[in-house]
Design a protein. Structure first.
Lengths: 144, 417
């Protein structure tokens, strides 16, 4: 490999866009293009139930016990899965807000976001169909 | 109860008239539960979680009924704005029935994201854990501090509330106002051979500010009691009031109807995911001698590591007023003087026995050994003052007026799904 290529690859490895571990995706038709970290946290923790443009949000989660879910919440909020589940119990069983719907696999959540114009989900970095788009990225460097 | 039924029926008719197709996806069934065992060392006081319970542990007897329960909830999303929640909780109760098992039955209307209007059977939010006190999985302790949540055992009310959220740059303010009515039956003795009913009507507000890792809350409620309980003592006192006028005022101590109770609560919590601390303080002001004014507070903190959490708690309840002393009659002929004195002494004892005056310290461990399940161990030492044991039942229904201690050990398995 030429030296220039090596240097480029070396420099690119510092770019945030090649080190994203988790992608937040919404339906391609959603008018939102980008979300900030606080907005993602508010949506996944039930503090808001709409996107910043006031459109309803249908949030999807991965089934508990999955490594992706554990990493997602740890990087996004600093909480363990048990803490997140306990937090949701205080809202769900108080009749205030229901937690995001849990699906069994990344394939299922991608499919759910593809089918639901209001959907949002998180998946590992991967090639995605054109019917969904990325609005936020979390990388390992973002540890709370 | 009929007002609740009307609201629910009307709401469901309205929703079905809107012709909304309901799929199973829009229904969510969830559940929570606790299997618990508790053991209290004191041999005259009977430990219970709160004053609605008719049984408990004393003299090292193992008791499961205080902390064990199972709750099931159905949430239905009818549209982006309308949803309903129905929750039933099965646990030890004085009167078991499906109706009594309904904890929440509400319709929620969310016209904007930050505005929620709910009607039906609801929680009040007037204490930090008020709306999820039965969901052990949601908190670290085996049970919410007994001094605080044991006496203030207000589970739900029938009425409505409005909640508004204000989002700021790095904080969020949630304010709720509520109004409605409720009633509860309390056991006077073990197994509820005798009971005491209180019916309330009133309203209040709660305000919670969340900023970074902190939560600040205040709440206020003002309720009017809408019933009296029949009492031979009161009848007796009124009947002798011509001969001994102070008897009328003494009888008044037992009157609850149209009297006011006011709660003021302030709370604080901090959680940085590694360690947490929480404290609440309530001032209870009462016009009613047999529901005495009190100050209640607790402070608790814990440390999380791996899947475990260790915590410690101090809590305290103290009556605002000194012990009651009624003047005895004098100069009346026997046996009238002795009979009236007996009534007055009985009334005085009755009032003083409604006091809660105790504090406790506890430590415990929570272990999240599996997703959505937790095992907890807790040990508490209770110090109950003279005439301060109203949160406890009395073994063999004996009179206990002297100070007492008890060591209470508990283990629970909590789960949600």
């Amino acid at each position: 490999m030429k030296l220039q290529h090596l240097i480029i690859i070396f420099l690119l490895s510092f770019s945030p866009f090649t080190r994203a571990d988790i992608l937040l995706i919404v339906n391609a038709k959603n008018s939102i293009d980008k979300l900030e970290k606080k907005q993602v946290i508010d949506l996944y923790m039930g503090r808001v139930s709409v996107y910043p443009n006031q459109q309803p949000a249908q949030i999807f989660d991965i089934k508990e016990g999955s490594p992706l879910r554990e990493i997602f919440y740890r990087l996004l909020t600093g909480k363990t899965e048990a803490q997140v589940d306990a937090y949701w119990a205080t809202l769900l069983f108080a009749g205030k807000m229901a937690p995001p719907k849990q699906l069994s696999s990344e394939k299922e959540v991608i499919d759910a976001v593809h089918k639901n114009p209001h959907g949002m989900a998180y998946v590992r970095s991967q090639n995605l169909p054109t019917t969904v788009k990325v609005v936020f990225e979390i990388s390992d460097n973002d540890e709370q | 109860m009929s007002a609740l039924r009307f609201v629910l029926f009307f709401g469901l008719v309205l929703l079905s008239d809107l012709g909304l197709a309901l799929e199973w996806d829009d229904n969510r069934l969830s559940a929570f539960g606790t299997l618990g065992l508790v053991q209290s060392s004191n041999d005259v006081l009977v430990f219970r979680r709160d004053v609605t319970q008719k049984t408990g542990s004393s003299d090292h007897k193992l008791e499961w009924a205080n902390d064990s329960l199972f709750g099931a909830q159905l949430d239905t999303r009818w549209s982006d704005q309308f949803s309903t929640t129905l929750q039933l909780v099965a646990k030890e109760r004085i009167h078991q029935s499906v109706q009594n098992s309904v904890e929440w039955a509400l319709i929620r209307y969310r016209p904007l994201d930050s505005l929620d209007i709910r009607a039906g059977r609801l929680g009040t939010d007037i204490f930090m854990l008020a709306d999820y006190r039965q969901v052990g999985y949601a908190y670290a302790w085996v049970r919410p501090p007994q001094e605080f949540y044991g006496l203030l055992s207000f589970y739900h009310f029938d009425g409505m509330d409005i909640t508004k959220k204000f989002h700021f740059d790095n904080s969020e303010l949630t304010t709720k106002i509520f109004y409605g009515g409720s009633h509860e039956t309390y056991p006077i003795d073990i197994d509820a051979q005798n009971t005491f009913k209180l019916a309330f009507k009133g309203g209040g507000f709660t305000s919670v500010l969340e900023k970074n890792n902190w939560k600040y809350r205040i709440s206020y409620a003002d309720v009017t009691l809408t019933n009296n309980n029949p009492s031979l003592l009161v009848d007796g006192l009124r009947s002798v009031s011509a001969l001994y006028p102070p008897a009328n005022a003494i009888a008044q101590a037992y009157v609850t109807k149209n009297q006011h109770l006011k709660y003021f609560e302030a709370g604080l919590s901090y959680d940085n995911n590694q360690w947490w601390a929480q404290a609440e303080f309530t001032q209870l002001n009462s016009d009613i001698a047999i529901l005495p004014s009190a100050q209640v507070a607790y402070i608790s903190g814990g440390w999380r590591f791996q899947k475990k959490s260790v915590f410690a708690t101090y809590s305290n309840i103290r009556p605002t007023d000194e012990l009651t002393h009624y003047p005895l009659p004098s100069g009346l002929p026997s046996p009238l003087q002795e009979n009236i004195s007996a009534l007055v002494n009985g009334a005085e004892l009755g009032v003083n026995m409604t006091r809660s005056d105790q504090h406790s310290i506890g430590i415990g461990l929570r272990w999240d050994f599996k997703p959505k399940m937790a095992l907890k161990f807790q040990v508490d030492k209770f110090f109950v003052e003279d005439f301060g044991a109203s949160i406890w039942l009395k073994k063999n229904n004996q009179l206990v007026t002297t100070n007492q201690n008890s060591l209470v050990s508990s283990v629970t398995l909590d789960f949600v799904f």
